[in-house]
Ligand binder design. Structure first.
Ligand code: NIG
Ligand code: ZN
Length: 411
């Protein structure tokens, strides 16, 4: 099966296959081709170029993209999309004056979601989760990282990870699974942190590795959750199972978690709403991708990650949704890109780079995803007719997507 997309007003993010991430000043550049065509063969991008060079190309299906922009699908490198129920009551509690921290201290928050998930059958959890998967694909997400972390017992963490595996098998989008057993201290271990760390290290990790259920490991490194020392223990133990780290860090407090993550060669450090100069310095020269989650800042009314400072310091930046029931009940990457422009002062070029190629890097898949490159997977967004690509983040909250192609399949 081949698809020819022709008369493309502008084809964005064309790269050769040696570029795995875009860094600092280069993020301002979004290579593109006006009046272009794109050719897909099965699940792969095989050719693209100027319309004037599009001679005698035969395809089983032709799409006319006159007036439309074509770009790679979003690469959302940080989600908790597998969850049960919702936390709309906590949303109302916050409107009425309680803080996210106060709600968590009362046993709400992550522990609330864990209790609901433990009492939800595997099938019901799968059904709830795939509704969200279908939604985000329609909104242009073609690659997604999904974390466990609402189980907090061996059985329930495994349940979440098996569901992620089932999603991997049944949907065309690319999925990476991250084990986040250290998301919160479960009630049963309230006064026994050491016991829970032992459970993670000696029971959960070996079982997950045995069943090959995770690609990465995560820890919520934060005051009141897991300390630097706890985080180091888990990262150390994960090495034996070849699980690279993607860490929740600097969401509410900055206390050295980024330097620790970099020391352990983490693939990404995520959140960074609180950021000190030492954190920026620690990231310089590393292979660790800083990831901003602007929808979380929007929903919780906490500071936005200083993306401008990060990029201006010569670092790369990725954008992700953080889709979860507590701090970000939305997986809309179009909103993420808009919000990064509006609130973090990223240019549209920077935001699109951050949500495509750099998002792919933060999942370890930028060799095959995140740009229009011959040989990469055919994950494509075709927009409606728009004046230019600036219009996409500018006219926020509007659906600009006409069609999505994932792994060569038209949705
Ligand atoms: N901060 C930790 N984890 C999630 C929120 C978890 C929750 O509130 O359920 C986050 O990334 O924002
Ligand atoms: Zn998160």
């Amino acid at each position: 099966m081949s698809i020819l997309i022709k008369n493309i007003k502008e084809l964005l993010q064309i790269r050769d296959n040696t570029i795995l991430k875009v860094v600092g000043q280069d993020m301002k550049i979004l290579p593109s081709l006006k009046n272009a065509y794109l050719l897909i063969e099965d699940d792969t991008i095989v050719d693209y170029g100027k319309m004037e060079d599009c001679h005698n190309i035969k395809a089983s299906k032709t799409i006319d993209a006159t007036g439309k922009i074509v770009l790679p699908t979003w690469c959302d490198s940080h989600t908790h999309i597998v969850y049960a129920g919702n936390r709309e009551q906590e949303f109302v509690d916050r409107i009425n004056g309680l803080s996210y921290e106060e709600i968590a201290n009362r046993g709400g928050g992550i522990l609330n979601s864990a209790e609901v998930l433990q009492n939800t059958s595997e099938e019901a959890l799968y059904q709830q989760s795939i509704k969200r998967i279908e939604q985000v694909m329609q909104m242009g997400t073609g690659a997604l990282e999904i974390k466990s972390g609402y189980g907090l017992s061996t059985e329930a963490e495994l349940k979440m990870l098996r569901i992620i595996k089932r999603i991997k098998q049944n949907f065309p989008l690319k999925i990476k699974a991250t084990f986040l057993g250290a998301h919160a201290l479960p009630k049963a271990y309230k006064n026994n942190k050491r016991g829970y760390l032992d459970l993670i290290i000696h029971e959960m990790l070996p079982q997950i590795a045995k069943e090959n259920l995770a690609d990465y490991v995560d820890v919520f490194c934060e005051k009141g959750y897991f300390s630097l020392d706890d985080t180091a223990k888990i990262l150390e133990a994960s090495k034996a199972f070849h699980l690279r780290a993607k860490i929740h860090v600097n969401q509410f407090n900055a206390f050295g978690g980024i330097a620790l993550a970099v020391k352990h060669n983490a693939l990404s450090v995520d959140h960074l709403e609180e950021l000190h100069q030492e954190d920026i310095d620690a990231l310089k020269g590393s292979n660790t991708m800083p990831v901003a989650l602007p929808s979380c800042s929007y929903f919780l009314s906490i500071p936005y990650t200083p993306g401008r400072r990060i990029i201006d310091a010569g670092l790369p930046l990725a954008l992700a949704s953080d889709y979860n029931p507590g701090s970000t009940p939305s997986g809309n990457m179009n909103f993420v890109v808009s919000t990064a422009c509006i609130k973090m002062k990223l240019t549209p070029e920077e935001a699109i780079n951050a949500a495509t190629i750099n998002g792919a890097y933060a999942m370890g898949i930028s060799n095959l995803y995140g740009s229009i490159t011959k040989g990469k997977k055919a994950n494509i967004i075709i927009t409606k007719k728009v004046p230019s690509y600036n219009f996409l983040p500018y006219a926020f909250g509007e659906n600009h997507i006409d069609q999505v192609i994932i792994n060569g399949q038209c949705l």
